[in-house]
Design a protein around this ligand. Structure first.
Ligand SMILES: NC(=O)c1ccc[n+]([C@@H]2O[C@H](COP(=O)([O-])OP(=O)(O)OC[C@H]3O[C@@H](n4cnc5c(N)ncnc54)[C@H](OP(=O)(O)O)[C@@H]3O)[C@@H](O)[C@H]2O)c1
Length: 321
């Protein structure tokens, strides 16, 4: 699979990174419903077998569970993929999560992640949410210390604005930004974030390229209605009216175009994200090996200029209310 260099770092990431949020399993406020751990481990192994060389996780995903699952999968591998994880979401005894950025707790968060993952160093450590905003600088200072101590190789952020990036860059160089980006969610373009990162040589790894599964073409109204009670997508505006109908309309057209090109809608959605060279990689979420078998192919797919024009025309007509 093709690789791209992550900004100014020496990390060469495959254009697809493995997203492991859903592998956290059920029974917490941002879960994706129940998940079979054996399927998760098999999906990680399949991803590595198919050439994906990096994994994105977070302590928040299943309150430590996603990191533990990855740790178990790593034990079954001879080589170790590049590991990206995050800090800044805490949870209590009732499994309730809250955002927390605190210079004092980050050291413990790093130690806990290293333990769950069973590794000595985290390749890319990211602030999950810049919240509370006032704590961003002190958290970033602490992460810089963890880099100096050799527990973290590179430090990045997720969900930050240009103004927030500018505040922390003088403290310690920012290796990467992780924003949402898909045919339906183009905020990273509209706000100038992608341009800013290109100009600053900050790597960009985008999340939810298939809009949490909506752009795979495999969702129906019945499936949305039947999502498990603890699947957070039930509360996501893109899975509710009036957006849901508009999204289905876009996906139907996308699926038809993809079929004409011998691709699937998922592959086209990912390839569309990767058309931009300033995007180092798309983080593609999976929960079973068969999903990897389909999506990994997008890592090497190139869309023609003509197809990009057609797709942009479809997106232009898509109503986001
Ligand atoms: N930093 C942040 O704040 C942040 C936020 C969001 C995500 N992320 C990261 O980015 C990753 C990717 O984003 P995402 O998981 O939200 O969304 P995504 O990649 O757009 O969608 C992933 C979901 O689509 C479904 N899917 C995957 N392959 C499929 C296939 N071949 N056919 C049909 N359905 C398929 C799966 O769910 P079902 O099978 O249940 O439909 C899967 O969990 C996450 O896992 C996480 O690592 C980070």
């Amino acid at each position: 699979m093709k690789t791209r260099k992550l900004g100014w770092t020496d990390l060469n990431l495959t254009t697809i990174g493995l997203g492991t949020w859903a592998m956290g399993g059920g029974d917490w406020s941002f879960s994706w419903g129940p998940q079979d751990d054996e399927e998760s481990i098999a999906a990680v192994l399949r991803a590595v077998e198919k050439g994906i060389n990096w994994i994105d996780t977070a302590p928040a995903y299943g309150l430590g569970h996603s990191e533990e699952i990855i740790g178990k999968a790593l034990k079954k591998l001879s080589g170790r993929p590049i590991i990206a994880t995050k800090c800044g979401i805490a949870w209590d005894a009732n499994r309730k999560t809250s955002r927390q950025l605190n210079g004092d707790t980050i050291r413990r968060e790093v130690e806990d992640s290293l333990k769950r993952l069973g590794i000595d160093v985290i390749d890319l450590y990211q602030v999950h949410w810049p919240d509370p905003d006032a704590e961003l600088e002190s958290a970033w200072q602490q992460i810089a210390k963890m880099v100096q101590e050799g527990k973290v190789r590179y430090a990045g952020v997720c969900n930050c604005s240009i103004a927030q990036l500018k505040r922390i860059q003088p403290i310690h160089p920012v290796a990467s930004l992780q924003p949402p980006y898909s045919m339906i969610e183009r905020g990273a373009e509209d706000t100038g974030l992608l341009d800013y990162c290109r100009a600053q040589n900050i790597g960009v790894v985008v999340y939810s390229p298939m809009q949490k599964g909506l752009l795979t073409g495999k969702f129906t109204r019945e499936r949305v209605q039947g999502l498990p009670e603890d699947d957070h997508r039930r509360r996501d505006a893109n899975f509710q009216e009036p957006r849901l109908s508009a999204n289905f309309e876009l996906v139907a057209k996308l699926s038809a175009l993809a079929a004409q090109r011998g691709m699937t809608a998922s592959q086209m959605a990912i390839a569309w994200v990767l058309r931009k060279p300033e995007i180092t990689a798309a983080i593609v979420g999976v929960r079973r090996p068969s999903q990897v078998d389909e999506t990994f192919r997008a890592g090497d797919a190139d869309l023609s200029v003509e197809d990009i024009k057609i797709i942009d025309g479809l997106i232009g007509k898509h109503k986001k209310s």
